[in-house]
Design a protein around this ligand. Structure first.
Ligand SMILES: NC(=O)c1ccc[n+]([C@@H]2O[C@H](COP(=O)([O-])OP(=O)(O)OC[C@H]3O[C@@H](n4cnc5c(N)ncnc54)[C@H](OP(=O)(O)O)[C@@H]3O)[C@@H](O)[C@H]2O)c1
Length: 337
C-alpha cells in the first residue's frame, strides 16, 4: 500500500512516500480503507521529534487525524459494520472517565503510527462512526481539533446559554470552539491576527472580535465586552504571550482552558489574581471516546460543518504541511487519501 513514513532520522526531509505491505486485522480489530486526513499543529513538530521520547521511534507513519471505511473484521468483531465510515481515535486507550498516564500516552501519529496510509488495522473499540452529513475531509478533522474544542467548551467548560467565551485565533481548534459555544447558546469573542479572518469568524457567529497584533493588550477590551466582569471561559491556544491577557479577560470564578502554547510554553504571570479571583486553569489533552460520541451526536443534531481551508492530494503532504506552517489558513488543512 502507499504510505508516508518518517525514516532514518528526525528531519522534515526524511518524511517520505513509501510502499508498505497491506495490514491484516488481528483479533478484535477492524481494517480501515483510509479516505482523508487532516493536519494539526503537532504534525509539524512530530517529524522533528518535538515531543521528545514521547514522539515514538522510527520509522513512523505520521498524522493523527483521519477518516476511513471499515472494509474487514478481525476475529471476534462484528461492529462497526462493514462500510461504516469511522475515525480512528487519537487516544485509543482513553475510552472515558478521568485521564491517566496510561490512557493518554498512546496517541496516533506519534508514538503510534498515524493515518497517512491506504489501510490501517485498529482495535474495534478505538474507532467511532462519524456524522453522515459530513464529507470525508470534513469528517477527518474530528479526532484532535474538534474533540479538543469539545472537551474545553462542553466537558470541562460546561458552557451554558448566555455564557461569554473568548476564542483565540482562527485555527482548527478555535473555530470548532466557536461553533460548539454558539451551538450551546453562548456569546463568543474572537481574536485574530488578520482582519479578513476576523470578519469570517464573525460571519460564523462570533459577536465581536479584535486583532491581537493591533491591540496586544486586549484583556481589558474583552472584559468590557463581557459587561465589565469578564468572560466565563477562555479557549487558550497562545500560551506564554497570551495567558496574562487571558487572566485580565476572565471573570472571577471563570475558567481558562489551556490548550496550546503557540507563542511559547513558559509562564511568568502574577499568581495572586489566579488565587484571589478564583480562576480555574484547566489543562486539556484532546479527549476520550465518550466525548467523541457526544460530540458527533451534537454535530449531527446541529448539522455543524467543520471549516476546511484547503484539501491537498496524497502526494502533496509536504506542500500541505508548508501551507499549515505559513499560518494563512482559516480552519483545517486536509489531505485526500
Ligand atoms: N492540548 C490539546 O489537546 C491540543 C489539541 C490540539 C491542538 N493543540 C494546540 O493548540 C494550538 C492550536 O492548534 P490548532 O491545530 O488549532 O492550530 P492552527 O490550526 O495552526 O491554528 C493556530 C491559530 O492560532 C492563532 N494564533 C497564533 N498565535 C496567536 C496569538 N499569539 N494569539 C492568539 N491567537 C494566535 C492563529 O490565528 P489567526 O491566524 O487568526 O491569527 C493561528 O491560525 C497548538 O499549539 C496546538 O499544538 C493542543
Amino acid at each position: 500500500m502507499h504510505a508516508w513514513q518518517i525514516v532514518d532520522d528526525w528531519k522534515r526531509e526524511n518524511l517520505k512516500r513509501v510502499e508498505l505491505p497491506n495490514p491484516d486485522p488481528g483479533r478484535g480489530q477492524v481494517l480501515l480503507e483510509m479516505r482523508a486526513a487532516a493536519l494539526n499543529y503537532r504534525d509539524l513538530i512530530v517529524p522533528l521529534r518535538g515531543y521528545g521520547r514521547k514522539t515514538g521511534t522510527l520509522p513512523l507513519i505520521p498524522v493523527s487525524d483521519g477518516v476511513g471505511v471499515v472494509v474487514a473484521h478481525g476475529e471476534g468483531v462484528s461492529a462497526p459494520a462493514i462500510g461504516t465510515r469511522v475515525c480512528p481515535l487519537f487516544m485509543p486507550r482513553w475510552q472515558g472517565g478521568e485521564a491517566t498516564g496510561a490512557k493518554i500516552d498512546a496517541t496516533l501519529g506519534g508514538p503510534l503510527d498515524g493515518v497517512m496510509r491506504e489501510f490501517m488495522a485498529v482495535d474495534a473499540n478505538a474507532v467511532h462512526a462519524v456524522p453522515e452529513h459530513l464529507d470525508d475531509t470534513q469528517a477527518a478533522t474530528l479526532p484532535v481539533a474538534a474533540l479538543t474544542a469539545w472537551s474545553a467548551v462542553v466537558t470541562h467548560g460546561q458552557v451554558r446559554p448566555g455564557a461569554r467565551v473568548l476564542v483565540q485565533g482562527t485555527g482548527g481548534v478555535s473555530l470548532f470552539a466557536l461553533q460548539f459555544a454558539r451551538a450551546a447558546g453562548a456569546r463568543v469573542f474572537v481574536l485574530s491576527g488578520d482582519d479578513a479572518k476576523l470578519a469570517r469568524a464573525i460571519d460564523m457567529g462570533a459577536e465581536a472580535g479584535l486583532n491581537y497584533r493591533q491591540t496586544p493588550a486586549w484583556g481589558s477590551e474583552v472584559k468590557a465586552w463581557a459587561g465589565g466582569d469578564g468572560v466565563d471561559l477562555v479557549v487558550e491556544v497562545g500560551g506564554e504571550k497570551t495567558l496574562g491577557e487571558s487572566l485580565r479577560a476572565v471573570r472571577v470564578g471563570g475558567e481558562i482552558a489551556l490548550i496550546g502554547v503557540l507563542s511559547g510554553g513558559r509562564f511568568d504571570i502574577p499568581l495572586g489574581p489566579v488565587v484571589t479571583r478564583h480562576v480555574r486553569l484547566q489543562g486539556i489533552t484532546v479527549g476520550h471516546r465518550d466525548g467523541f460520541a457526544a460530540m458527533c451526536a451534537a454535530i449531527g443534531e446541529h448539522r455543524l460543518v467543520p471549516t476546511v481551508d484547503r484539501v491537498f492530494p496524497f502526494d502533496a503532504l509536504h506542500e500541505a504541511l508548508d501551507h499549515l506552517a505559513a499560518g494563512r489558513h482559516f480552519g483545517k488543512v486536509c489531505v485526500s487519501l
